[in-house]
Design a protein around this ligand. Structure first.
Ligand SMILES: CC(C)(COP(=O)(O)OP(=O)(O)OC[C@H]1O[C@@H](n2cnc3c(N)ncnc32)[C@H](O)[C@@H]1OP(=O)(O)O)[C@@H](O)C(=O)NCCC(=O)NCCS
Length: 169
């Protein structure tokens, strides 16, 4: 497994993740296809400029265009000030093989090694057993339940937090 930056050619993978009802069941439902090409271009620019870590999960480095999902760390403002947040998605054909967990751990190891992003927060849906399992097993600490607005919808999530420099398992 390898992580690589999102590139402008990743539109198809974005559509299969973000416009799919099953993939988006815990994230407020599928997003419209229109706008995905622009979103990928913006994300690729952000990744290339190192403003956010927007990574595609590549199961086999020999075929870097074949992706299994994404894992991302970015910084954004909240009512309590700026925070770093991590999020992830794994496509159905690749789920249940430990790839999500390895990808999340790999990106957090990079954050630790480069001393970047400080404290990292995660907000998986309360109903998403696999994502909460990932948080628990890589060393996140459960804080509380939290309502989070994503793409205009209020989601019921669990708030997890870790300092990759000291907490990563
Ligand atoms: C949630 C998701 C990222 C999990 O990725 P994955 O690669 O299938 O997960 P892994 O195989 O790495 O498993 C992670 C943990 O969850 C557990 N798990 C996996 N699938 C599970 C399921 N359906 N129910 C309960 N636990 C599950 C695994 O056993 C593992 O825990 P362990 O380390 O204690 O054994 C993936 O299913 C997905 O992208 N779903 C749709 C989109 C989504 O929900 N994104 C996240 C929003 S917060």
């Amino acid at each position: 497994m390898q992580l690589r930056n999102v590139s402008p050619g990743d539109v198809d993978a974005y559509v299969r993740m973000r416009c799919d009802p099953a993939m988006m069941a815990d994230l407020g439902g599928p997003l419209p296809r229109e706008g995905m090409a622009d979103k990928v271009r913006r994300d690729a620019r952000q990744a290339a400029a190192d403003l956010a870590w927007l990574k595609m999960i590549v199961p086999d480095p020999a075929t870097p265009d074949l992706v299994a999902g994404t894992v991302t760390i970015w910084s954004h403002d909240t009512d309590d000030g700026p925070i770093s947040e991590i999020g992830w998605m794994v496509l159905p054909d690749f789920q249940g093989q430990g790839l999500g967990k390895r990808a999340v751990r790999t990106l957090l190891q990079q954050a630790r090694d480069e001393d970047r992003w400080d404290i990292v927060h995660a907000f998986p849906a309360t109903s998403n057993a696999a994502s909460n399992g990932i948080c628990r097993s890589v060393g996140f600490r459960f804080v509380s339940e939290a309502s989070v607005t994503f793409a205009g919808q209020v989601l019921k999530t669990n708030h997890w937090v870790m300092d990759p420099r000291t907490d990563l398992v």
